[in-house]
Design a protein around this ligand. Structure first.
Ligand code: GRF
Length: 195
């Protein structure tokens, strides 16, 4: 049965526009027997990613933080376990994960960060890099640990800052690389985990 051959069963966690989430979902469809993504979770009831998930026919659960991060993460973990999730792809998920969460998926939580880590960790990396006038910036795919954007690096891609760049053009070029690096990661993952 096809399901038995699936080794990567991923969930996406996202908080906003969801371009990375859509990119991942579309790319994973190139490997229907090797990777499934049966669930998207957002902590933001207003997020456009909810619409993207619906358009792609992917179940989306909205689990806001509310008054207790511990309870929220417990609900998320329950949904992950119920769906047999093996890997978690963070795609613009704007919340730091707690220890119970990270311990449940050691080396299986991946994040995309829009800078060349360790430079410019934190919430506004494009803005911080742009305002620092760096000649080049980039994006980093990394495993998640308990720090803020400190986990082991999987891959990085660089782009030059152009003389006429605005923050918007700078960000847009970086976002294309975010999508590219996640696609390449999925290509590698399905080859190594689900051959
Ligand atoms: C991306 O730049 C991501 O790296 C950052 O937030 C942005 C999310 O974009 N953490 P999207 O929601 O995937 O379009």
């Amino acid at each position: 049965m096809a399901v038995d051959r699936l080794k990567v069963c991923a969930a996406i966690l996202a908080s906003g526009n969801g371009s990375n989430a859509e990119n991942i979902l579309r790319h994973a469809r190139a490997y229907p027997s090797k990777i499934s993504i049966p669930l998207l979770i957002t902590n933001n009831p207003e997020a456009y990613v909810i619409t993207r998930a619906r358009n792609l026919g992917v179940p989306c659960e909205v689990i806001p933080r509310g008054s207790s991060k511990h309870m929220q993460e417990g609900r998320i973990l329950k949904a992950l376990v119920e769906n047999g999730i093996t890997h978690i792809f963070l795609a613009g998920y704007m919340q730091i994960l707690g220890t119970q969460f990270i311990d449940a998926y050691p080396d299986r939580i991946i994040n995309i960060h829009p800078s060349l880590l360790p430079a410019f960790p934190g919430r506004d990396a494009y803005g911080d890099a742009f305002n620092a006038n760096v000649p080049e910036s980039g994006v980093t795919l990394h495993y998640v640990d308990e720090g803020v954007d400190t986990g082991p690096i999987i891959a990085q891609k660089k782009f030059a800052r152009l003389p006429d760049d605005t923050l918007e053009t700078f960000r847009a070029r970086g976002l294309q690389l975010e999508h590219e690096i996640y696609r390449e990661y999925i290509d590698t993952l399905v080859r190594s985990e689900a051959a």
